[in-house]
Design a protein around this ligand. Structure first.
Ligand code: MG
Length: 161
């Protein structure tokens, strides 16, 4: 009998000037972007941690350490491709992923279809099986004051018997 497993992921990165804003693999016009060793894509990082957690693996920081120059400025989509390959090699199937991106600015809703168009083929998911929701923090805290963007993700996978 196959087993269903769940993983949760969370990430937050600082916003700073002079960086491109990449979320869900999509470049979004904004005066600030996310700091990070990679492209700082918090949504993909949260999704990766949810998938690694569901597989029972170590977290993203241990699987792709920022001390390894190979990961400097890497596109997070490349990291996601590598996790998707691991899932496939171990006979796991993703049933669905749900996620929330928390950002005060810019408005992310209009960019969600483009994010799904990039992420679903990598994950082998249909559009309906990848949830991406955009929320604000109502002006509260670091995210609410526009100094950071955070993301949560939950992944459900089917494991081989
Ligand atoms: Mg991160």
């Amino acid at each position: 009998m196959k087993k269903v497993r769940t993983g949760i992921g969370y990430d937050i990165h600082r916003l700073d000037e002079g960086r491109r804003l990449i979320l869900g693999g999509v470049e979004i016009p904004h005066p600030k972007g996310l700091m990070g060793h990679s492209d700082g894509d918090v949504l993909i990082h949260a999704v990766i941690d949810a998938l690694l957690g569901a597989m029972g693996d170590k977290d993203i920081g241990q699987c792709f350490p920022d001390t390894n120059p190979a990961y400097k400025n890497i596109q997070s989509t490349e990291l996601l491709v590598s996790v998707a390959i691991q899932l496939k090699q171990r006979d796991y199937e993703i049933l669905n992923i749900d996620s929330i991106v928390i950002a005060e600015e810019p408005k992310l809703g209009p960019h969600i279809p483009a994010m799904k168009d990039i992420l679903c083929p990598i994950l082998g998911l249909q559009i309906k099986d990848l949830g991406i929701k955009a929320k604000t923090r109502e002006g509260l805290g670091d995210v609410g004051e526009g100094r950071a963007i955070a993301a949560w993700a939950v992944a459900t996978i089917e494991a081989p018997a």
